[in-house]
Design a protein around this ligand. Sequence first.
Ligand code: ATP
Length: 362
Amino acid sequence: MARIVLENITKKFGKVVALDGVSLQIEDGEFVVLLGPSGSGKTTLMYLIAGIYKPTAGRILFDDRDVTFLPPKERNVGLVFQNWALYPHMKVFENIAFPLTLKKFDKKTIFERVHQVASMLKIDALLERYPWQLSGGQQQRVAIARALVKQPQILLFDEPLSNLDALLRISVRTELKRLQKDLKITSVYVTHDQAEALAIADRIAVINNGKLVQVGTPEEIYNKPQHTFVASFIGNPPTNLLKAKFDGTQLLIEGKPVRAPKNFLDWIAGKKIVLGFRPEKGLLLERAIEEAVCIEVQVYEIESMGREQIITVSVEQTMVKILRPSEERFFISQKLFLCVELKNLMLFNENGEALVLKDPLS
Ligand code: ATP
């Protein structure tokens, strides 16, 4: 186990700035997910932790040891990749043993260590099989066992579930989370799948364009996004974002006059802001209510999701998605009020940064 400290890391590939001044501390035994869109710098950051890349600037510490320029083999890090690349001609035992065989460990140690990790991962009954005789989930356990057999102090996962079908992903990620908690190994996990990140992380580090945008628990990232980028990247459907301003006499949302409580109107006076709210926080009502911001909308489309339905409504030219229980009845072109209670509103400035409020809306 180890604590990982990334200090002001910059990584350039020629003129491309893949990472730009990233600082992050990952605690002993913590499970941190690096989440961001394609090309945001997640893999680069993970390779820097592994020692595969060297930073252009900044320092990396494992506990208090400066490892910035140490090669991978001196870092004691286990890697689990996207395609687990088990050797097809080797049995599970040999696959797991491979890193030790390479390092010329003696047979007795290899036997003991392979059996130890295999029993920990509950794959001891599979040691004599070939990879093609295993399910996807079992193959993944073998890949993790192979990473663990070196007794690493840190485990790194690079989109390890992306080759699995949707159902298997969900069951394997549950197992992975449980396993990480049992092993208590500091783990860093790269994904662009926000649902996966919310499900497994102790903390999520959201990266965009080589910069850390926000680091927090799944609850913080979901409920208190610090930037419109985080609000719109996370959640399915994502957070609705609407432009709002007070024109001196009335509140306009996407240019449309709306009703809002007086304390909200007082607060917004003179400001141009972006209003955000989660799809499940939008109410679709026949009449506007006093204690909420209410906009007249028209139903554009209805999609059933089984337990819930997604109602897409139009606010002028902007489409807004609302999640409602499937028992509620709506019809296309229906005119309604979309109401969001003040406590469920997220507020951002024009640059997309969350506005820090001293509870002006209570
Ligand atoms: P993905 O989810 O698509 O794997 P990512 O978030 O992991 O994306 P990185 O692979 O870290 O992104 O890439 C970050 C940026 O650095 C991208 O613009 C990429 O094109 C660039 N980059 C990465 N590796 C190299 C390299 N070896 N040479 C040049 N540019 C690179």
